[in-house]
Design a binder for this molecule. Structure first.
Ligand SMILES: Cc1cc2nc3c(=O)[nH]c(=O)nc-3n(C[C@H](O)[C@H](O)[C@H](O)COP(=O)(O)OP(=O)(O)OC[C@H]3O[C@@H](n4cnc5c(N)ncnc54)[C@H](O)[C@@H]3O)c2cc1C
Length: 416
């Protein structure tokens, strides 16, 4: 269920997605104070330290100001390394009752793609390690900005993170999982913390990935100016992830495969193109291989891209992008990459911005493009990459249309 009320009309979902995207252009602390105030206006504050009372719920307020946001207590059950530098955190709600004051504080399950605030306390000390240049390591030394935010937040590190799975340490456990890349002090603390470390979390932003896909699947949204083909259903989903952006894709694919909605029944194939800098950074490969074997009516394949070896997805021209990555599996070779395909782009802001622009240029309805940028939000799209993406999509569309017209596709599908 969405954080934004019961079922959203695609237009409303889209507007909210865009609004939250705007908020995410702000830095972390602005993100929390702007967005979370909206959620909890009217609540009174109380503060308890979950380190001494891990089952507590906390309502925080700005000093002397109105309450800003409310947090639940959780416990980090485990942090598992899923690939070089990537850690899957399993967090369980530590109070089964959930909630502190009033209705909105009740625990409500998250879904893959929800964004929440996660908090943890720094350890008393780290070994003073140095990086290869002899400077203090950014993993064990707090930046000034992090230090300031820690002080403003009562001694807790905080940051926005995206839910990978809507359950905690086991499928039946209230909680959630988040895939974190260890890139700086805060993410290092999350990654190396011991099991049973108390955490706090709160907030519920963005439309979950599956909800966004299904809301747009049968969209007839007349306000979608980019759409020339509003009434074609989604028959294929293409997810493009960089780094730990793969985590929420895994959870969303698991959920999509289990969905019994009429919109999901028309989706014949899901492709995930996941890029990583080096092959040892590939994360959640085991989970993805399991999904390939899953006996469902939806076909699934995933393709890793190792950027250090082959360059970025869009750096080798439209033919390579089309033939090696975007070409659909033969069993659903008639799905148009413009009219029948939903794209979810997640991870590095540059990748997100370039694909958003390239798909728009190709004429993909904007309701069928959902995104989540983790960092590098302000990156300007490289015009060459945008053109490559657009040309690859348009070229593939015309190949498929020709094959459908000449009847070649049905032969391919029959022999598949
Ligand atoms: C909406 C939203 C959702 C997010 N979801 C996730 C998530 O699910 N998992 C996750 O690991 N991070 C996510 N982030 C990023 C996260 O909030 C922190 O920025 C990250 O953990 C780095 O914090 P730090 O203090 O450890 O390092 P910092 O010192 O703040 O950052 C060090 C460097 O790493 C870069 N960086 C930040 N995040 C990443 C990343 N994921 N991969 C590669 N480089 C990165 C930064 O741009 C910076 O240059 C999300 C951010 C936003 C805005």
């Amino acid at each position: 269920m969405s954080s934004f009320g019961p079922l959203l009309r695609p237009t409303t979902a889209l507007l909210l997605t865009k609004l939250t995207s705007l908020l995410l252009l702000l830095d972390c602390s602005s993100f929390f104070s702007v967005a979370l105030v909206k959620q909890t206006a009217g609540f009174r504050s109380s503060t308890t330290d979950p380190r001494t009372n891990p089952v507590s719920r906390v309502t925080l307020s700005a000093e002397g100001g109105p309450p800003q946001y409310q947090k639940l207590g959780g416990v980090l059950r485990r942090s598992e390394c899923m690939g070089k530098g990537s850690y899957l955190l399993s967090i369980d709600v530590s109070d089964e009752e959930g909630g502190a004051v009033g209705e909105t504080s009740k625990w409500e399950a998250y879904e893959p793609g929800h964004v929440l605030a996660m908090e943890i306390q720094p350890p008393a000390s780290f070994d003073n390690s140095e990086d290869e240049t002899g400077s203090p390591s950014s993993m064990t030394t707090m930046s000034e900005k992090t230090q300031k935010d820690l002080e403003a937040n009562g001694g807790w590190l905080r940051g926005p993170y995206t839910v990978s799975r809507g359950h905690g340490s086991s499928i039946n456990q209230d909680g959630f999982q988040v895939l974190v890349k260890e890139v700086g002090y805060k993410s290092h603390v999350f990654a190396v913390s011991e099991p049973e470390t108390p955490v706090r979390f709160g907030g519920r932003f963005k439309v979950p990935i599956v909800e966004g896909i299904l809301a747009a699947a049968e969209s007839t949204d007349e306000e979608d100016k980019n759409s020339k083909h509003e009434e074609d259903p989604t028959r294929r989903v293409v997810m493009i992830a960089s780094g730990v952006g793969v985590g929420p894709c895994v959870g969303a694919i698991e959920d999509l495969m289990k969905s019994d909605s009429s919109a999901s029944s028309k989706i014949a194939y899901i492709d995930l193109i996941a890029s990583f800098r080096t092959s040892d950074e590939i994360a959640m490969g085991v989970d993805l291989d399991k999904l390939v074997e899953e006996p469902t009516s939806m076909g699934f394949r995933w393709l890793p891209v190792i950027t250090e070896e082959t360059g970025r997805l869009s750096s080798n021209g439209p033919e390579v992008l089309r033939e090696m990555y975007l070409k659909p599996a033969s069993s659903d070779a008639t799905a148009s990459p413009i009219r029948n395909t939903h794209y979810h782009i997640i991870g590095n802001g540059q990748l997100v911005n370039e694909w958003t622009a390239g798909l728009k240029m190709a004429g993909v309805p904007s309701s069928r493009v959902t995104t989540e940028a983790y960092f590098n939000h302000a990156a300007k799209p490289d015009p060459a990459a945008v053109e490559t993406i657009s040309e690859a999509v348009v070229g593939l569309d015309s190949t498929i249309s020709k094959e459908v017209t000449t009847g070649k596709v049905s032969q391919t599908a029959a022999s598949a």
